[in-house]
Design a protein around this ligand. Structure first.
Ligand code: NAD
Length: 415
């Protein structure tokens, strides 16, 4: 069997199909495919053990016709220019689908943050900003957390950037509330997963209460998605992280509070009370009402798509289902709630954070949550309606809506 399609290859194929469905000629696809700017920097770091390690930092700025570039910074050994390209274009479409006034960007550093001391990580992040500060800014490019980065990293970026340009909280989102972050940002992506899944069930005249969920990945997105789904009455059949998984012993599912306490203590869900061990691959193939891949891209490929037993898949991660797997799932009648809708809660509250920073006025949590729900419900309704009227998949509908908006903005400015 050939190697599964990469995140970038899958995304390009989805985009090309959207352009064809919209009747655009090949030049529009080319225009949307190629990023405006790509930056790579060298990041030497003196480790505390005396060794010198040279990391690579990346930032791909896709298109800014709809507003400043916006997207996460991933700290993971696998990040490179090619993956950043795919993820940056995905961000442009996600922002367009949610009608946020942003373009798309993505980047990161090819390090394993868990292998670095906190001081080493801080030095690496500050060096990244020293090399990149001319290319980011509140009206230019606004980074946010992604895999391996968090609010603490955003605060270091904010501080290093502000040394050159003065007080600039709007240069990053997903920062601590203490330095200008928005209430509700940390949980926003996971909460958004809950909102979108609930909208999907409601649209089909069903309820998610009492239904079973399996979640792969228990970081920011996975753990908050678990909270959001449990709050809506779902049962957690199994959870996992990079070290392995836990499968509930009982039908009523795992006790989330007990899992969270175990995770705080050990840094993993492995060995959490009320369950037995399960491998990540096996977990993906469990029978359940909802499968939520919330780790890295490429979790479901042509190799395991035929064995997936979930009734619905909600893409909480970016690009967890490869394009070849997407076709198999479509043939098997398993609906996939696409990433550009399902995990858009994070960038939506990032937008609210940026607005609050520019206004120098902070909102209460209830306002953030109400606006998040309204934005996601509007986008979800548009996707579900369009999929129904066009008789296409949810992903095709989402890509068509976003691609049309992006193309209109790009062509309004002229090329
Ligand atoms: P994170 O670093 O907080 O957590 C990642 C989780 O995935 C960890 O639990 C890790 O152990 C687990 N993991 C890593 N490799 C794994 C593997 N091979 N098998 C099983 N588990 C594995 O990252 P995050 O911020 O939660 O991001 C997760 C996904 O969601 C990414 O695809 C990211 O691009 C996407 N996303 C994040 C946000 C956000 O606001 N953080 C927003 C939109 C999309």
């Amino acid at each position: 069997m050939p190697p599964p399609a990469s995140l970038k290859q899958s995304h390009d194929a989805y985009l090309e199909r959207a352009c064809q469905q919209l009747g655009y000629d090949g030049s529009i696809y080319e225009l949307l495919l190629v990023a405006s700017r790509e930056i790579a920097v060298e990041l030497p770091l003196h480790r505390q053990d005396g060794s010198l390690v040279v990391y690579r930092g990346y930032r791909v700025q896709h298109h800014n016709a709809r507003g400043p570039y916006k997207g996460g910074l991933r700290f993971h050994p696998s990040i490179d220019m090619e993956e950043s390209r795919g993820l940056a274009c995905l961000m442009s479409l996600k922002c367009a689908l949610l009608d946020l006034p942003f373009g798309g960007a993505k980047g990161g550093i090819d390090c394993d943050p868990t292998s670095l001391q906190e001081r080493e990580l801080e030095e690496l992040v500050r060096r990244f900003v020293q090399k990149m500060h001319r290319n980011i800014g509140p009206n230019l490019d606004i980074p946010a957390p992604d895999v391996g980065s968090d609010a603490r990293v955003m605060a270091w970026i904010q501080d290093e950037y502000s040394k050159v340009y003065g007080h600039s909280p709007a240069v990053v989102t997903g920062k601590p509330v203490a330095t200008g972050g928005s209430k509700g940002r940390e949980s926003a992506t996971g909460e958004g997963v809950g909102i979108v899944v609930e909208c999907w069930a409601r649209q089909r005249g069903a309820s998610i209460a009492g239904k079973s969920a399996v979640i792969q990945g228990f970081g920011n997105v996975g753990s908050h998605a678990a909270r959001a789904l449990v709050a809506r009455g779902m049962r957690l059949r199994a959870l996992s992280d990079v070290r392995g998984g836990v499968l509930a012993d009982e039908d009523e599912g795992l006790d989330l509070e007990a899992v969270l306490a175990h995770h705080r203590k050990t840094g993993s869900v492995v060995g959490a009370p009320g369950g037995r061990p399960i491998e990540n691959q096996e977990l993906l193939e469990l029978s359940c009402d909802l499968l939520v891949p919330a780790a890295l891209g490429g979790a479901i490929t042509e190799r395991n798509a035929g064995r997936i037993q979930a009734r619905t898949i909600a893409e909480a991660a970016n690009g967890p289902v490869s394009e070849d797997a997407d076709r198999v799932l479509c043939q098997r009648g398993i609906p996939v709630l696409p990433d550009i809708l399902t995990n858009a809660g994070g960038v939506t509250v990032s937008y609210f954070e940026w607005v609050q920073n520019l206004q120098q006025f902070s909102w209460e949590l209830a306002e953030v949550q109400g606006r998040l729900r309204a934005r996601l419900e509007t986008a979800a309704a548009a996707v579900f309606d369009s999929a129904g009227t066009e008789s296409c998949s949810l992903r095709e509908a989402a890509y068509c809506i976003a691609t049309r908006r992006l193309k209109e903005a790009l062509l309004s400015f002229g090329i």
